[in-house]
Design a protein around this ligand. Structure first.
Ligand SMILES: O=C(O)CC1=CCC(=O)O1
Length: 96
């Protein structure tokens, strides 16, 4: 199942910079692992925002929820989820 996910990062302005750097490094490591295994299909920065558009490929809604909750930045993000299905006019056959 594919999901479009918008993540908006809202770190507290008074967060210790070392803690923020650690969270971002941990987020990157987990995100890149999920990308390598195919769970995190796309990761795009939204220009001009500390936010991203992502596409996740997971077996269930519960799996998506569990994956998002594992993210180190989860407590500091607003997350919007939209389920995706094939568009009948799509010419691509690899978007299952
Ligand atoms: O910077 C972000 O948008 C949040 C994030 C997702 C994966 C990552 O490394 O940072």
């Amino acid at each position: 199942m594919l999901f479009h996910v918008k993540m908006t990062v809202k770190l507290p302005v008074d967060m210790d910079p070392a803690k923020a750097a650690r969270l971002k490094a941990d987020e990157k490591e987990l995100a890149q692992g999920l990308m390598r295994e195919g769970t995190w299909r796309h990761l795009w920065r939204i220009a001009g925002q500390y936010a991203n558009y992502s596409v996740f490929d997971v077996p269930s809604v519960q799996a998506l929820h569990d994956t998002l909750m594992r993210l180190p930045l989860f407590p500091y993000m607003e997350i919007d989820v939209n389920p995706l299905c094939r568009h009948p006019s799509s010419i691509r056959d690899d978007d299952s």
